[in-house]
Structures are given as C-alpha cells and as structure tokens.
Design a protein around this ligand. Structure first.
Ligand SMILES: [Zn+2]
Length: 499
C-alpha cells in the first residue's frame, strides 16, 4: 500500500509533475536523451508522483540499468480486476524517437486528467531496453547482438530481463516500439519512399490464438489508426519488403524471435509500432516523431482502458487452453506469406514532385500460410548432457518436469537422413529430411529433462525444438550441431500412444 500523503502535499506533487520537462523539451529537441539524463528524468518523475514506482529489471551488457516505470494507483499487479499493459521501446539503439515518445508519455500520464486510466490499468513503460546501443546510436547491443532477433535463443541480458518481467506479471497487452527506415537506396532509386509517420503491426504467427489475432486486426488496429488520425498523425499498416517494382510487399513477419511475436505466441494482445526514422541525422524532426510515437502508445492505453474486460477475458481463456495443452493440436513450423488477391494502396512520398502520393502494390502478400505442421506432442525430452539445450531451457524459464515414462506414452526420435537448405523469403535455413522412429528409452529417465507442452510457452517450445522448424533453435549458430546428416536429432518427442 502507498503511504497516504496529506492533501496539500499531494497537490504539490501533482503540480510539480507538470513542470518537469523531458531532456529534449529542455533543449528544444536538438539532442536525444542520454542514458544519464534519462536516469535523472525518470527519478525526478518518480519523486513527483505517488503513482509511479521505478524498478531496475536488469543490467545491460555494459552494466547500465534497465528501468521499468510501473504505474499503478495501488500495489502493482495485485488488483486482479485491472488489465496489465507493457510498453517497451528502443530495442534498437539507433531508433531514438521511441524512447523520447515513451518519456513524453510517462510525463503525460501523470497529468490529473489522465489519472482515470489507472482505475483499470496497471502499466509498465520501459523507455529504453537497449541503453548501450542508444549511447552509441547503433542498432545492436553491447554484444553486437540484434535484440529483436534474440527472443527465441535468448542469449542477451536485455531480452532476458524483459521476459523475466513479462513472466512475473503476464501482461495482457504489449507494444514493442521501433522506427522504420524509409530512405533505403532501393526505394529511393525507384523515385519514392514510404511516407507514413507511424506504422502498426499485430501478431501474425498462425499459432497465436485466432481470436486474439482477429480482435487485434479488426478492432484494436482500427482504433489505434483512428486515434492517430484524430491527433493529426498519418499511420499505416506495418508492411516490410519492397520496393514493389522489384520485390513484393509482405504484411508483417511471422518469426517469433522478435518482441511482438515472442509475447504474442503466449496469447498476448501484442503490437509493434514503428515511427519514421530521421534521414541523415537521428534528431531530424525529433519532436514530431516523438509526439507521434507517444500518441500511438497513448492510443493503446486508451483502447486497453475501454475494452479491459473483454481483453482480459479473451486473453485468460486463450492462455488457459495453452496451459492445459488444449490449444491448436497442430503447430505450424514453416510458413510463408501469400497473396489474398487484395492490392495495397501504399502511401509514399514522390521524390520527383516532393509531394504525397499513393502507389498500388499488386504483389502484396498479407496472408501467412502454413507450409508444414506437426502434431503437438505431450512434451520433449532433452538430454541433460546437452549443455546448450539445458542452458536454453533455463534462460527461457520454461517449466521442466522430471520424466516418468508412462504406459500410454511413446517416444519418437527423428533420424536426419538429409539436410538441404531452403530459402524462406530471403532467409536461407536448414531443411532436414527426417524419418520418425519410435524408440524405447535406452538410457535412464533421470538422464533427461521433460519439457511439457501444456504450459503458456507451449507453442514457443514446439517451434523452438522441432528439428524441421524454420524458426527453431537448430537455425541458430549455437545449435547447428543439432542437425547432422546421418545422425539422430537429440531432442525426443513424447507422444500419447494411439496418436
Ligand atoms: Zn527496430
């Protein structure tokens, strides 16, 4: 419980919060907020508000604090009637406007007129999950790792801290805030570039609950776009790829190794937001870009407020099916984007005329189609001697049980007869040919860890551990050793007899 302050002190604190300015507000947006400035600013907000608690959720590679700003009118996460929302920015250190938008948002939320939001919401804002990258204005973290490709293999302290926080509170709604880069040479060569201030994407991996994907696409996204439009910001659907003269445009991506989908795969209402990057300098238009990012995030908070009961119920129901192992009995492990027949009217800036224009993209592929499904097993057996796998299980904090063989269980092993590679939309990944064999355990039960699929991370586990998964561990360098021609895949499948 928060301490009760005398009325006059509360009033003084609220008034104080309104006079606090973010660092770029003080320097007229001529400079992005440094790590030291950010630390000082959020501490100042914390002192000014009873509603805000700061938590250091971890340290970056170079030892900087990873701050979570927790907003709640009570004890964070304790009031189960509230919806929990998580917004995190700047996984990519050279995408400064997400952080600046998050700081503006934190300040705005402490205004008295926004206090009502916290009658229904407990909110965490992580303004900067990659402080090392931010200080160097570089995409990657202090280990030269791309954090937004790290959520499956989970080797970096920053991604681990984020997921640890998620695992603790199981937020129903999340948003991962980025920037997109419209100044790509290929686009410029064709005489135009993308020109939307904000783009928004939802979870698209087909293993995510279809109800959640439908709600995201049909209700949440229109609300968010409308909110941005009402506030004077242009917005469009997140659609990587192109330029359309030489390449197709996809609707999003479906890998679960990024911030959005790694949370989405746990049946979370999860979004990505991307603001437009500056041209040659990251401070160009920084004020406008930060305000756009803030407005998008605020839209998500308002949507969550308005629909909190519905979202909470849907997420709870869809997570329960995962936890009971009763969600999708087939898990997609290879997919591609395909056309729907719909053309995309893409807003662009014509470089010739310098004005806004629209081009019609005929090769638009908005639909994710599964190319290969596997039946979800009861679980997987991991040999305790396989240190990289055992360590991975620890980093992902998935539930592990001791294995007791049961009469109605059988064990399947993959024999790898051939390993080809296959091109998935520009990513070359291994594509093994397998023979599935039923085996008897020739070693002791205690030599294995049993990873049940009946848990919140059940779909993530299948995608990570299946040998033929295009998004699986075997596609990461540290785990190439899992796929060897003429050998058995070390991870075993435990299935019910009769399946
Ligand atoms: Zn990014």
């Amino acid at each position: 419980m928060k301490k009760l302050l005398p009325i006059f002190l509360l009033f003084a604190a609220t008034a104080f919060a309104q006079e606090i300015h973010t660092p770029p507000e003080k320097n007229n947006f001529t400079k992005a907020t440094s790590y030291d400035e950010l630390s000082a600013f959020i501490r100042q907000l914390d002192q000014a508000s009873e509603m805000l608690t700061l938590e250091i959720i971890g340290k970056s590679v170079q030892g900087r604090n990873l701050y979570a700003m927790k907003f709640s009118t009570g004890d964070f996460g304790k009031d189960h009637s509230k919806i929990k929302v998580l917004i995190f920015a700047q996984q990519h250190g050279n995408e400064q406007s997400g952080k600046e938008g998050a700081l503006l948002l934190a300040k705005a939320l402490l205004k008295p007129e926004n206090k009502y939001l916290f009658d229904r919401i407990d909110l965490v804002i992580i303004p900067q999950i990659n402080p090392d990258g931010s200080e160097a204005n570089q995409r990657r973290n202090g280990h030269e790792a791309d954090l937004n490709r790290n959520h499956v293999i989970m080797t970096e302290p920053e991604t681990m801290a984020l997921h640890k926080l998620f695992d603790r509170y199981l937020f129903e709604v999340t948003m991962d805030v980025h920037e997109y880069y419209p100044y790509d040479e290929n686009w410029m060569k064709h005489g135009y570039r993308k020109n939307t201030e904000i783009t928004l994407g939802v979870t698209t991996n087909t293993n995510v609950s279809s109800k959640i994907r439908k709600l995201s696409n049909e209700k949440a996204l229109p609300f968010l776009h409308k909110n941005l439009g009402n506030c004077g910001f242009s917005s469009f659907v997140y659609c990587p790829g192109g330029p359309p003269d030489i390449n197709y445009i996809r609707h999003s991506t479906f890998d679960i190794n990024d911030g959005r989908q790694s949370l989405g795969i746990q049946n979370t209402l999860s979004f990505i937001q991307e603001g437009m990057n500056g041209t040659d300098s990251f401070i160009e238009n920084l004020k406008r870009r930060a305000e756009g990012q803030m407005t998008g995030m605020m839209g998500l908070i308002k949507y969550s407020y308005k629909n909190y009961r519905k979202i909470k119920k849907m997420v709870a129901d869809e997570r329960a099916t995962l936890i009971l192992g009763k969600s999708n009995p087939q898990v997609s492990i290879q997919s591609e984007h395909v056309a729907s027949g719909k053309k995309l009217e893409l807003p662009v800036l014509s470089l010739k005329t310098g004005s806004d224009s629209v081009i019609t993209v005929s090769d638009y592929r908005p639909v994710v189609k599964s190319l290969c499904d596997v039946a979800k097993p009861e679980g997987y057996l991991i040999p305790k001697t396989s240190k990289p796998l055992v360590d991975w299980v620890g980093r992902q904090s998935v539930e592990v049980l001791p294995y007791n063989n049961q009469d109605n269980f059988k064990i399947e092993q993959y024999f790898i007869s051939k390993v080809d590679s296959i091109d998935f939309e520009g990513d070359i990944v291994a594509n093994p040919t397998l023979e599935t064999r039923e085996i008897r355990l020739t070693v002791k039960e205690e030599d294995y860890l049993f990873i049940p699929t009946a848990q919140l991370k059940g779909n993530l586990i299948v995608i990570a551990l299946e040998s033929k998964s295009m998004l699986g561990l075997a596609t990461y360098k540290d785990f190439y050793y899992l796929l060897k021609k003429g050998e058995n895949f070390p991870v075993l499948r435990v299935v019910k007899s009769g399946n």
